[in-house]
Structures are given as structure tokens and as C-alpha cells.
Write a protein that binds this ligand. Structure first.
Ligand code: PGA
Length: 240
């Protein structure tokens, strides 16, 4: 299972460091079946050398360096020994106006550098009500090389992000299975995941993990979600 925590614009340099050291300690005795990722804000990125989880960046500009005020590029990421990047989170698309074309440009550039990529997609309430979720998501994936082996597609319906209301289990399963059939190698779900619902979401067909926002900010809570991933694997093994 893939369990990723997106801090968004939360935590400071010092609280990220404490969080990461504590998380590494908590994970040292765990089974290493789960792949854990943490995405702190750019100003608080630690070196990506933790033994039991990976650090990712929430955003970067498709360049090694140059005149792109406010952005970071490959040089800054590599210096921190980080090799994971998130692209196209709905908050960047919606609030900062990132287009499908820019997201694709980022994907092409960073995939060429061999980075692990969390590529976020998801429909808003309007699309959901009107229908055509499948076409909408396919549109967001247009031009993305789904055969790239370090690609993780994060399905995050916008109406479920930060609302406390996650999508229904059948909806999650249906869309994630569809994305798998469409060719996405790994698919995770995000949108109001918490310690209470993470286990049942991760047990769904087509779901390879979760992307967690609000509920990852408190390490105790995030660790419970990680444990839920491990339990999901244990029970699948016992049944099979
Ligand atoms: P949420 O955010 O868990 O707070 O809904 C998820 C995300 O935006 O990745």
C-alpha cells in the first residue's frame, strides 16, 4: 500500500523535522510492506534521507534552474536528495490556474529525469452532477505516458477534498478500477481520508493506497492510517 501525507501550507521547518524524525522512529519496527511518503511545504523540505519513508515535493517548475520566481526546479530538489514530486493537485489547478498542458509539461520533464510522480486528477461537483466523470478524467490524463513505471495516479474528487465527506466506497472502487483499466499502473484515492475510513478504502479493488491531507498533519493520526494499510495487507494475506 502507498500512504502519502500532503501537508499543503501547514507545518514549519522545525515542526516538519520533528514530525519526520518521529515518523521514521515509529516506522522502524513496522513491516515494510507499506510505502510511506510525506510532502512538506517547499520552505520546510528536509534532506530526503529518512530510512523508512520518502520525502516528496508538492510542486516544482519543469526546469533545472532559471528565472521562475517563486518556483523550485530540479537543481533544488536534487540537492535535497529527493526523487518524488506531486503534479497537478486540484488546489494548484483551481486556485493557481495550472492547466492540463502545464501539468503535462511538468510530467514530461520530471519523468525524463526519472522522478517518482504523483499525478493528481479529479472532477468537481459540477462534472459529477452532469455526468461524464470518465471522459473528464481521461482528458486530464491525455498525453501522460501511463507506461511510466514510477507513476502513481491520485484520484481526488475535488468535492471530497477537505470537506470531511469522502466519496462513497462504491464510487471510489468504480473510478479506481476504471483508471486501472485505462492503463494507470498505480492508483490511490484522496479526499477526506482519515483513520476511520482508510482501512476500508485501501481494501477496495483497484485502490493501491491513499493520499491524505488534513488527517496527516497530526502524526498520531497519520500513523493510525499507515497501520490501517498494514492491516489491510495482513487480512488479504490471511484470506488468500
Ligand atoms: P484532505 O485532502 O484529506 O484534507 O481531504 C486531500 C488532498 O488534498 O490531497
Amino acid at each position: 500500500m502507498i500512504i502519502a501525507g500532503n501537508f499543503k501550507t501547514n507545518h514549519t521547518r522545525s515542526s516538519v523535522l520533528t514530525y519526520c524524525k518521529d515518523l521514521d522512529f515509529l516506522l522502524q519496527n513496522g513491516q515494510q510492506n507499506e510505502k510511506v511518503y510525506v510532502f512538506p511545504p517547499s520552505s520546510s523540505l528536509p534532506y530526503g534521507d529518512f530510512a523508512h519513508f520518502r520525502i516528496g515535493v508538492q510542486n516544482a517548475y519543469p526546469t533545472s534552474n532559471g528565472a521562475f520566481t517563486g518556483e523550485i526546479g530540479l537543481e533544488q530538489i536534487r540537492e535535497l536528495r529527493i526523487s518524488t514530486l506531486m503534479i497537478g493537485h486540484s488546489e494548484r489547478r483551481r486556485i493557481l490556474g495550472e492547466s492540463d498542458a502545464l501539468c503535462k509539461m511538468k510530467f514530461d520533464f520530471f519523468a525524463q529525469q526519472g522522478m517518482s510522480i504523483f499525478f493528481c486528477i479529479g472532477e468537481d461537483q459540477q462534472v459529477r452532477e452532469k455526468g461524464g466523470i470518465e471522459e473528464f478524467l481521461q482528458g486530464q490524463l491525455k498525453g501522460i505516458d501511463l507506461s511510466y513505471s514510477s507513476l502513481i495516479v491520485a484520484y481526488e474528487p475535488i468535492w471530497a477534498i477537505g470537506t470531511g465527506v469522502s466519496a462513497k466506497l462504491e464510487e471510489i472502487e468504480q473510478v479506481c478500477t476504471m483508471l486501472k483499466a485505462f492503463g494507470c499502473p498505480k492508483v490511490i484515492y484522496g479526499g477526506s481520508v482519515n483513520a476511520g475510513n482508510a482501512g476500508e478504502i485501501m481494501a477496495l479493488k483497484g485502490v493501491d493506497g491513499v493520499l491524505v491531507g488534513g488527517a496527516c498533519l497530526d502524526l498520531k493520526h497519520f500513523f493510525k492510517i499507515i497501520r490501517a494499510g498494514t492491516c489491510t495487507l495482513d487480512s488479504a494475506k490471511n484470506q488468500g
